[in-house]
Design a protein around this ligand. Sequence first.
Ligand SMILES: NC(=O)c1ccc[n+]([C@@H]2O[C@H](COP(=O)([O-])OP(=O)(O)OC[C@H]3O[C@@H](n4cnc5c(N)ncnc54)[C@H](OP(=O)(O)O)[C@@H]3O)[C@@H](O)[C@H]2O)c1
Length: 275
Amino acid sequence: MERVLIAGCGYVGSALAARLAADGGEVWGMRRSPAGLPADVRPLAADLRDAATLGRLPEGLTSVFYTAAADGGSEDDYRAVYVDGPRNLLAALAAQGQRPRRVIFTSSTSVYGQSGGEWVDEESPAEPAGFRGRRMLEGESIILGGPFPGVVLRLGGIYGPGRTSYIDRVRSGAAECPAANTYTNRIHRDDCAGALRHLMHLPSPHPVYIGVDRAPADSCEVLHWLAATLGQPAPRRADAAVPPRSNKRCRSARLAFSGYTFLYPTYREGFASLL
Ligand SMILES: NC(=O)c1ccc[n+]([C@@H]2O[C@H](COP(=O)([O-])OP(=O)(O)OC[C@H]3O[C@@H](n4cnc5c(N)ncnc54)[C@H](OP(=O)(O)O)[C@@H]3O)[C@@H](O)[C@H]2O)c1
């Protein structure tokens, strides 16, 4: 039987935990305040930044996921959760003589600094423009260079039930298209969970996968589609051209070719499910 630890069991981690528990596995959800985890998921209170709290992990773990997210946007917040946390968790697993088959880390497409609308895949250079991407890359290398086989899933913007900022902006009339075309990449929460579960079972995985849906899209295209679907006026374009922080098209072909079938292959199916 699978014995799975999900460290940082929040929005994505809880959806994953529920699926793995439904598969019949024994699943522990770790976070600092573990109340309110899905039924059948065992709560585990610990702080990944504090090695002393990781001393009593469940025994005989077969797979470990690291899905914690930073508390805030500062470099210290990022270092604590994406660098210190993975290091502490791997050290605790090793010190307890655990031998998980795989440790899977959720990273971000922010590790790619490309901003000219170009296509990006796992072989593209990952040269982040800011500290957020750099700290994520550091976390990835800790997992991939650690004592257990590691896999990294680089997620785009996560949306789903309760995370509907695009829809909310269009509904309220506050949506505005950027002055210039800006490609965005996203993934539904249930595809995050589905892809992570798929990677847990995949024989001989690559070290790195991009986790976005099959349709990177200009943000204005998405807003116009939502407006038309909701019967709202089409959002206007902003006048002032602010250079986008990110503008790239991430390709998830590696994940798809490995056998993962997206529940929501484009934003159209994903957003339609939330309307
Ligand atoms: N949101 C996005 O659009 C996006 C995009 C790309 C990648 N990602 C990555 O995808 C992953 C999943 O994101 P998410 O949206 O599911 O995150 P989330 O809902 O914000 O969940 C993060 C969880 O981590 C726990 N956590 C944070 N710090 C912790 C610590 N020091 N020790 C133990 N637990 C801790 C939090 O619970 P407590 O506060 O109770 O500890 C929370 O339940 C994250 O790694 C995130 O960086 C997210």
